[in-house]
Design a protein around this ligand. Sequence first.
Ligand SMILES: [Zn+2]
Length: 183
Amino acid sequence: MASAFGHITAALSGGYAFFPAHVRWRNAGAAAFCSIVPDFDVIPLFLGVPYRSIYGHRGWSHSILFAVVFGAIVGYWLSQRTPAMRRQLMGWMILATLSHPLLDMLTKGGLGVTLFFPFHNQRYFFPMQPIHAAPLGAGGFQAKWGLSVFISEFFWIDLPCLCLIACSYVARKLHKLFFQQAL
Ligand SMILES: [Zn+2]
């Protein structure tokens, strides 16, 4: 898995770029939670469920179906004011949840992700895996490879997210500028 920091960074920057009107503390907290919830599947590992099982790590909770269902429920719960607001919050939460398995598919280590559960239980990676996998447990970050995880995430998650935020900020400013001039 990518680290929790990496997953949360991706979820929040996606919200800022695509759903700026809904960036509030409560919504951002929910998006951060959505981005890490698939990794709660490590709990069954401690109860004896094998990693390779569909109920193990990177199994059913790392699927598109899970992201759509879980994200839609959280987004619906966040706002019931107007249908448009509800749709956008559902979209952000689905995107936040889905970003998790997609980032995991870029990590070097462990098994792939069952992205298409329950239709295919095959595990997938992207052809390129530049991100070093984070250890399963906070203690692992004290090991020598903790630094390599942070460095690889800086280049492959943090920098692209910063670019996304900067581009969306500039695009919104330009849009406002041209619209105001046209009026
Ligand atoms: Zn994961």
